[in-house]
Design a protein around this ligand. Sequence first.
Ligand code: ATP
Ligand code: MG
Length: 417
Amino acid sequence: MAMEMQAPKGTKDMLPQDAYKWQYIEGVFREVAKTYGIREIRTPMFEHTELFLRGVGDTTDIVQKEMYTFKDKGDRSVTLKPEGTSPVVRSFVESRLFNEAQPTKLCYITPAFRYENVQKGRLRQFHQCGVEVFGSKEPSMDAEVIAVAMDTLKKLGLKSLSLHINNLGCPNCRPKYNEALKKFLAENYDGLCDTCKSRFEKNPMRILDCKEKKCNEITKNAPIILDYMCEECDSHFAKVKEYLDILEIPYEIDPGIVRGLDYYTKTIFEIVTPDFTVCGGGRYDKLIEELGGPDMPAVGFAIGIERLIMTLEKEGIEIPNETLFDLYIGARGEEERKAAFKLASQLRPLGVKCEINHMGRSVKAEMKYANKLGCTFTTIIGEDELSNKKINLKRMSDGEIFEVSLENIEEIAKSVK
Ligand code: ATP
Ligand code: MG
């Protein structure tokens, strides 16, 4: 036998027995998004590498360590999308959607690719459902975007969630903060990891998000940006909090969160469980302009679907699973098999999920199989059924029998659904 192949490290198949979970989560997300007038956008799986250098930022972990970047056969550098936001902004700018009436409310469900150290809740291909809203600088929009994420997670039944918020300031207040931070970090420069040493001049705030232990120790007592905010950022943050109060969404202010992407300004947030962050997001008022569009504010988030599923399982939340088949149609002989084949073809357009014998099973084995699949009803077509044009529908839960005409397809459909 040929050697068995394995999926690449850090990737996972979605197996058929788990498909319902994904479909359910995606359905809930789409439903919630609709209540906010958010429409779906799909962008390519790969982009010019340049997009992420400019969008995510060239001093971030994502760009420095985690991107799947390669040359295509035309010698262009392309990158599998490590996140959803920059491609959506690229598309928004390229398709001139900024000329439409604002705000523009978009959502997506997408795989993302990062070359990470694989561990629990950390994969190399993972999936996100995200929202990006362009055109509004109002604090009410920050709160609304947070509400979309919270609505989705709550509708799924999650309980162990807490919302952490912070404010990262804007180009007005950042320089003053960066100076203070650099002054603090300079005293401990030698203790920083090499990546952080290289970040020191260009982007000292990135050091706060480093995953290295020795850097964490150093930054523990670093000055916090909340103490350096300009008046506008201060008042924006106060209003976001007011709107969250109106929504009765509790939050914790966490000056330690900076997020792993450079594009954030003002509000940032994370929704965390005891195990990990399931959702991250925030405002990024400079990114649209940075990527060649007009000066236009934006705010968004992304939920990690794998982490979400792990959390649902940990909390013991059952995701509703439909039965695979409403009706199993067994048959005793060749003519009856054709009748079963025909009946199934007539029932499916009426929405009946049905199955017949494609495996040459005996009638006894068929019924055993139908039972194993959890079919709601079974029927067996034999000589008598064909000549009388009547079949017995057996409800598997209690064994009750319902006799119906083989010619009344609608009645059969109604009986088994
Ligand atoms: P972390 O700090 O855990 O590395 P991040 O800040 O890199 O997360 P974002 O880029 O904000 O994460 O992505 C949003 C969400 O996507 C995360 O909250 C998480 O649920 C999910 N996510 C990010 N990276 C991974 C990964 N490698 N594997 C699985 N899920 C991920
Ligand atoms: Mg990360």
